[in-house]
Write a protein that binds this ligand. Structure first.
Ligand code: SF4
Ligand code: SF4
Length: 194
């Protein structure tokens, strides 16, 4: 049978009754949005840190996936979306493979990136990558140095991608247009005079 503890401290007992964390910065809807987009029960994260321990970005940067999981649970929307580390996940899915709660931290990060895009919070190099994919089909298009190296290795100068099959470019552009990614990338960069 559950036992009510009496700590003899009204303030502490009030705090213990409050099982939710609220600050003026908290937006509980943020967690709901993240869960809906990522299709993972982010609120089930118990902060074990296995994700950060598995993350190849963690030893090389200040990026901590566990911290983003926590910010999601606490509804710290602006803090999470304005943190440039949000863009340091390589989407390798190691954390998702290893999470003992069977969560998908990778998809939580992807959800947060999608939400950030709604506020135009996107690193400029990502926007330029969108432009490059739109025009070449590659985030990093082939160049003369690479072509020479490929030929030296006995490979065709261009890989069997849109570089060799440019007829597939309209289909790629159609997908990008559908999500208005190029349009928005152009707009944000133009607003900044880039
Ligand atoms: S591994 Fe899973 S449960 Fe552990 S901190 Fe990361 S997301 Fe949370
Ligand atoms: S998917 Fe992202 S957060 Fe997860 S381990 Fe890989 S780089 Fe780290």
């Amino acid at each position: 049978m559950a036992r009510v503890k009496d700590y003899g401290n009204a303030e502490l007992e009030e705090k213990l009754r409050d099982t939710y964390f609220y600050t003026t910065d908290s937006n509980p809807q943020f967690l709901e949005d993240v869960k809906k987009i990522s299709r993972t029960a982010a609120n089930m994260c118990y902060q074990c840190g296995t994700c950060t321990g598995s993350c190849p970005s963690a030893p090389r940067s200040s990026y901590r996936i566990r911290l983003f999981m926590r910010k999601g649970v606490l509804g710290l929307e602006q803090e999470a979306l304005n943190d440039p580390d949000l863009w340091l996940c390589t989407t390798c899915y190691s954390c998702t493979d290893r999470c003992p709660r069977d969560l998908a931290p990778t998809d939580v990060i992807m959800a947060m990136r999608n939400l950030a895009f709604k506020y135009d919070i996107v690193p400029r190099n990502f926007l330029k990558t969108v432009q490059l994919i739109y025009t070449t089909g590659h985030g990093v298009p082939n160049n003369d140095v690479n072509r020479a190296a490929r030929v030296k290795l006995g490979l065709p100068a261009d890989p069997p991608t849109t570089h060799s099959y440019p007829e597939f470019m309209p289909a790629i552009q159609k997908i990008i247009d559908h999500y208005k990614m190029k349009e928005n990338a152009d707009r944000i960069l133009a607003e900044e005079g880039q």
